[in-house]
Design a protein around this ligand. Structure first.
Ligand SMILES: *Cc1c(COP(=O)(O)O)cnc(C)c1O
Length: 379
């Protein structure tokens, strides 16, 4: 089946009891057993819930993976991967990670004796310099947040395989519609379904996809043992959101392109970061591994004044000033004081998160209204 059909039908069938076309919200904590241990595959809802199972199958099919496991949040999914590690293990990851992942790695798991290397993944030769016998995991995000750098997934997978590392790809920014890391050799694909998969800014949920049966069992064991399971209503909301993922993504990409091109010609704008530009350093790889370039854009201002960035961020009328991304509504944020505030100034500036940087999550409103709003906001 093709993507659009899978988005609507994968993992779902009319409810056998009633014919309801939508997967019911199985709001239950436990399931009645016929005799001790004899049940229909469901014993207790931390372990398994039918609404969640439908969502897990759906996300797995979209990611071209055998197994999907859903968590109460994207961070819950990252946490489960980190729990595969032991004290002494080492992880190689990028230096412009999602702030929450950076915080978990440095403030939680570093305390458990796991060592993290945050390196520039634009040059993949860097990776090999940090690999040793303790290295277990290569964790990447692409495109990165908020600089929109592109990391070569296939090249990372080659290095990971050579050195027997697990390659995990946070696919939140691209969504499975634009990028399928499993096809490029990833071992684990992670999602904050809070963003594009859910798509309507009304739910927090995370997911992991894997092909390896043993890895699936390990991750499921962690979910069931540690309890970061999502509620059935949240699973329902993401299932419903995914039904329009392909349609929304097409519009996010269309609007994103128009806005990136507009900003680039604006006299107040210093630099626009969007992988669709042919002179973006990652453009060739983006073309190879993505189906389109998405609706995430960041840009800096000439003069790099923080108060000017604040004025723009607070003066928009259609774009809302908020963290998060991937919803139908357009958002603007100021990474240096919002999503990336926990990263020391010299470090964030090194990767390009300067004081005047603004990030847009371009929604699916009429693009003319969005352009008009940027014009007034930047005037
Ligand atoms: C939001 C986000 C996360 C964390 O997901 P939550 O659902 O907020 O816990 C992880 N990675 C990326 C790239 C994100 O944008």
């Amino acid at each position: 089946m093709k993507f659009a059909t899978k988005a609507i039908h994968a993992g779902q069938e009319p409810d056998p009891a009633t014919g309801a076309i939508m997967t019911p919200v199985f709001q239950t904590s436990t399931y009645v057993q016929e005799s001790p241990g004899k049940h229909k595959g469901y014993a207790y809802a931390r372990g398994k819930n039918p609404t969640r199972v439908a969502l897990e199958k759906c996300i797995a099919e979209l990611e071209n993976a055998k197994y999907g496991i859903c968590f109460s949040s994207g961070m819950g999914a990252v946490d489960a991967v980190a729990k595969l590690l032991k004290p002494g293990d080492e992880v190689i990851t990028g230096n412009d990670l999602y702030g929450g992942t950076y915080r978990m790695f440095t403030k939680v798991y570093a305390n458990f004796g796991i060592k993290f290397h945050f390196i520039d993944l634009n040059d993949l030769n860097n990776i090999k310099k940090y690999i040793n016998a303790n290295t277990k995991l290569l964790w990447i995000e692409t495109p990165t947040n908020p600089m929109m750098n592109i990391i070569d997934i296939q090249a990372c997978s080659k290095i990971a395989k050579e050195h027997k590392l697990l390659l995990a790809v946070d696919n939140t920014f691209a969504s499975p519609y634009l990028q399928t890391p499993m096809n490029l050799g990833a071992d684990i694909v992670m999602h904050s379904a809070t963003k594009y998969l859910g798509g309507h800014s009304d739910v927090v949920l995370g997911a992991l996809c894997v092909n390896d049966e043993k890895l699936n069992e390990q991750l499921f064991f962690i979910l069931n043992s540690c309890g970061a399971n999502p509620g059935p209503m949240d699973c329902f909301l993401v299932l419903r959101g995914i039904k329009t993922l392909h349609v929304r993504m097409d519009r996010h990409c269309f609007n994103g392109k128009r806005i990136a091109e507009y900003l680039r010609t604006h006299p107040k704008v210093e630099k626009v970061n969007w992988p669709g530009f042919t002179d973006h350093p990652g453009h060739a790889i983006a073309k190879k591994q993505m189906r389109d370039f998405g609706g995430m854009i960041s840009f800096s201002l000439k003069g790099n004044k923080i108060d000017e960035a604040f004025k723009i961020a607070s003066g928009m009328k259609v774009f809302s000033l908020a963290e998060s991304l991937g919803g139908v509504e357009s958002l603007i944020s100021h990474p240096a004081t919002m999503t990336h505030a926990s990263i020391p100034k010299p470090e964030r500036e090194k990767v390009g998160v300067v004081d005047s940087l603004l990030r847009l999550s371009v929604g699916i409103e009429d693009v003319d209204d969005l352009l008009e709003d940027l014009k007034q906001g930047l005037s």
